[in-house]
Ligand binder design. Structure first.
Ligand SMILES: Nc1ncnc2c1ncn2[C@@H]1O[C@H](COP(=O)(O)OP(=O)(O)OP(=O)(O)O)[C@@H](O)[C@H]1O
Length: 577
């Protein structure tokens, strides 16, 4: 993580926050009046004790009381309104960033599914929660603390000094609280996230967990994570709770001390009884925001950590740049000296691989496990960026196409197909809110999945879940193929397209590939099984991320067989002859 990336992220966050400035000015003005009206209580006390009790005038008492009710009502309304404004400022902040953060989370997760990618949305929410909380309002009230203290000084310097000393002790407590509770709070948050992640994994793989009898061990793993989370939470709550209690006690003590000192000064005739009570109330008002900040410190800590993580995420995943729209490409794919390093890895899993595909051709990509076939598929679909070399589609490098546009030109069937909660039609239409029925059926027909889909209980309107639901592995794969073919792509990248298919399914995929080639489009098929290579004209053979052969299918296969014979000839009985 570079500091310039974090700075960039911070700048982006601040720019969004700045948009709420006019509203914050409103809150500041409202806060001014709310705090001014806070003086109602002390002034009322001054008047009652020093004027009403002295003069014995009931009429003055009634008039003063009516005025106080009115002023308190005003204060209540203003306080309520500023709370509502802050709630909306927080919601606006979240709404302005939600899509951007989600986009960054998705893009980050595709290449580096780390903590930042997992917590991005929760981080945004923690900032929003702080903005909407009373603790942020305390920020607008804290500037009044010195004013209230100054007013106490006006009553009597000793009272002022006591209030100042009390305030300083409270602030010192806040700082110590912040320092002591930061690490346990961070640790507890990390443990909570870990526990949630473990729970989610066990839940989503529940079938496998039960089938393999892993439940006890899986639950123990989760319980351990929960245990860490709970002890972290208890440690944090203990620290914050003790500081909260200490602060509350100190404040009560201070209030009594103010009254005691005030009474002493009254006895010495240096203060009126009204000023004694008013001073005590004023000190309460002055210290209230500080106490609030201490009580809600975990919220502040979480938001602060969330802000930093958001800045890292947004800095590392900048917004997509606008790209000039290019005409629909032809199926000319040119891969030059392609080197790909998986995200977070040091070692390349594809090195200096070059090949070209023309319209109407199908290329089989073969090689042992871990040779780089799926890596090539991810690079061809633009998910992983090349560390070196270029992939050009009809002359333009892949990053010259906007990602969504590239997704329309290059259809992709990943090795592990997952569907989204929704109907079969919505899944084929790539979650389009209004799937075009004609295009959906056309894609399904091209993928030779139309008849299979019609036999489902509700045909294209059959509801499926993320895990496939009622569909078999083969059916999911064929719907995945239809989804890859939706929207008329010019290149298809199929990663192990028939790993779940029976003979009939494999035949259907081969027919689909044939039809696709006949339309002058190109297909790349990453495969282990020979049945998947039947429609291939060319073969690209990878080993350890390096191209070891590329050319017409028969030639490559013949060379491979010869090579195999030679090797077994050297080491086998024939070599001994
Ligand atoms: N997300 C990833 N992060 C780090 N390394 C990865 C990642 N995906 C793949 N690799 C590494 O890249 C290399 C090539 O993997 P790849 O999945 O491309 O092989 P493959 O030929 O598709 O294998 P298979 O036939 O088993 O699917 C492997 O060494 C693998 O460990």
């Amino acid at each position: 993580m570079t500091t310039s990336a974090i700075d960039q992220g911070r700048r982006e966050l601040r720019a969004v926050r700045r948009r709420s400035r006019p509203f914050l000015w409103f809150v500041a003005v409202f806060s001014f009046f709310v705090n001014l009206l806070m003086l109602t209580g002390p002034i009322y006390m001054l008047q009652v004790y020093d004027r009403v009790l002295g003069s014995g005038s009931e009429a003055t008492l009634v008039a003063l009381s009516v005025l106080v009710v009115f002023l308190y009502a005003m204060m209540g309304i203003l306080d309520y309104v500023r709370g509502r404004i802050m709630g909306r400022v927080a919601a606006r902040f979240q709404a302005a960033l939600e899509l951007r953060v989600f986009d960054a989370v998705v893009r980050r997760a595709a290449v580096k599914p780390d903590r930042l990618a997992r917590t991005g949305l929760a981080d945004l929410e923690s900032v929003q929660r702080l903005m909407a909380s009373p603790v942020l309002m305390a920020l607008f009230d804290i500037p009044w603390t010195p004013i209230f203290v100054a007013a106490i000084f006006l009553f009597h310097p000793w009272l002022g000094l006591l209030a100042t000393a009390g305030g300083l002790v409270l602030i010192a407590l806040t700082v110590v609280n912040q320092t002591v509770s930061r690490n346990p709070a961070l640790r507890s948050n990390a443990a909570i996230q870990q526990a949630d992640q473990t729970a989610e994994q066990i839940r989503s793989e529940s079938e496998m967990v039960r089938a393999l009898g892993m439940q006890t061990h899986a639950f123990r793993r989760w319980m351990n994570a929960r245990g860490d989370a709970l002890s972290g939470q208890i440690a944090t709550a203990d620290i914050t709770g003790s500081f909260s209690t200490l602060t509350r006690t100190l404040r009560l003590l201070l209030q009594s001390a103010m009254l005691g000192l005030g009474a002493y000064l009254v006895l010495r005739s240096e203060l009126t009884p009204g000023a004694m009570i008013a001073g005590s109330i004023l000190m309460g008002r002055a210290l209230a925001p500080v106490e609030l900040a201490i009580g809600q410190w975990p919220l502040v800590e979480r938001a602060r950590a969330g802000w930093t993580d958001l800045a890292c995420l947004l800095g590392e995943v900048p917004p997509e740049e606008e790209r000039t729209a290019l005409p629909k490409p032809r199926a000319n794919l040119d891969v030059q000296q392609l080197t790909v390093v998986p995200p977070g890895e040091q070692q390349a899993s594809l090195r200096l691989v070059s090949f070209a595909v023309q319209p109407g051709q199908a290329v089989g990509v073969i090689g042992p496990s871990g040779s780089g076939k799926s890596t090539l598929a991810r690079a061809l679909t633009g998910v992983w960026r090349p560390a070196g070399g270029r992939i050009r589609l009809d002359g333009a490098a892949l990053d010259q196409y906007a990602p969504d546009v590239l997704g329309q030109h290059i259809g992709y069937l990943p090795q592990r197909v997952t569907l989204f909660d929704g109907t079969v039609a919505e899944n084929i239409a790539r979650l389009s809110p209004q799937p075009d029925a004609e295009l959906v059926v056309e894609a399904a027909k091209k993928a030779d999945a139309h008849q299979m889909i019609l036999q489902l209980p509700d045909g294209y309107d059959t509801r499926v879940t993320g895990a496939g639901g009622r569909l078999s592995g083969g059916q999911v794969q064929r719907i995945g193929l239809a989804r890859a073919m939706y929207g008329d792509p010019v290149v298809l990248v199929l990663d192990e397209p028939n790993s779940n298919l029976d003979n009939e399914g494999s035949e259907a995929v081969n027919r689909a590939i044939r039809g696709f080639k006949a339309e002058g489009k190109a297909v790349l098929i990453m495969a282990h099984r020979p049945a998947a290579l039947r429609e291939c004209d060319l073969l690209l053979m990878l080993e350890g991320g390096i191209r070891v052969a590329f050319g017409p299918k028969d030639e490559v296969l013949r060379a491979r067989v010869q090579n195999h014979r030679q090797i077994s000839g050297h080491i086998g009985p024939a070599g001994v002859r």
